[in-house]
Unconditional design. Structure first.
Ligand code: AMP
Length: 214
């Protein structure tokens, strides 16, 4: 089962990827998490993308495709995968196709710009695991501490309001054409399903709904 989670920043892709990955037993890939790890480790790739990410811009397609394809070659993805945050442009979607990376389900998570801004500015993450919290709707048991490890939660540099607006603009202009791309693909190929859902429900009810769709 190969799944793409599509949706604006803050629509809950990361949260759903984590729940579905645990419940379905298939691995998930977040290109954002991979790149943040590279920045943390100060690798050449990390140095290359740091400024772009901090500004809320999209990293170039070639770099993203190289990272994604290399990651997908690892054996843990052989049973299926959940893509969170990739593809984010038509060139990336075509690149996946040209590399014979097959997709069975595209789940488009709909969320308004206002809701996105409200969610992201309240988002906190546990850097080591990528676990996500929201200070209002999904707070940790202890303020600013990860539930499992007790380690500090942080706000991502690019989760500040001004940067979020830039990321939303990029989503609306560059990523949202993927909706039509995959809708059309699904119309022409019975093995591909395109689903849309309302992402303003609770994470658990969205996860149940997605499992029902799959
Ligand atoms: P995310 O954690 O998915 O919100 O990604 C954080 C940032 O990483 C984005 O704002 C981009 O700068 C970069 N990034 C992650 N995935 C991609 C992608 N598929 N294409 C371009 N840039 C990406």
């Amino acid at each position: 089962m190969n799944i793409i989670l599509l949706g604006p920043p803050g629509s809950g892709k990361g949260t759903q990827a984590e729940i579905l990955s645990n419940d379905l037993g298939i691995a998930h890939i977040s290109t954002g998490n991979i790149l943040r790890q590279e920045i943390e480790e100060q690798t050449d790739l990390g140095k290359l993308v740091a400024r772009t990410m901090q500004a809320g811009d999209l990293v170039d397609d070639e770099t993203i495709l190289a990272v994604t394809i290399k990651t997908l070659k690892s054996p843990e993805y052989s049973k299926g995968f959940i893509l969170d945050g990739v593809p984010r442009s038509l060139a990336q979607a075509q690149g996946l196709k040209n590399n014979n990376i097959e997709i069975n389900h595209v789940i488009d998570m709909l969320c308004s710009d206002e809701e996105v801004i409200q969610r992201i500015t309240n988002r906190r993450v546990h850097p080591a695991s990528g676990r996500i919290y929201n200070t209002l709707s999904n707070p940790p048991r202890v303020t600013d501490k990860d539930d499992e490890t007790g380690e500090d939660l942080v706000q991502r540099d690019d989760d500040k309001e001004e940067t979020v607006r830039k990321r939303l603009q990029n989503y609306n202009e560059i990523t949202s054409p993927l909706k039509d791309y995959y809708r059309e693909m699904a119309n022409n190929d019975p093995l591909i399903k395109y689903h849309q859902l309302d992402a303003d429900k609770s994470p658990q009810s969205i996860a149940e709904y997605i499992k029902h769709l799959l």
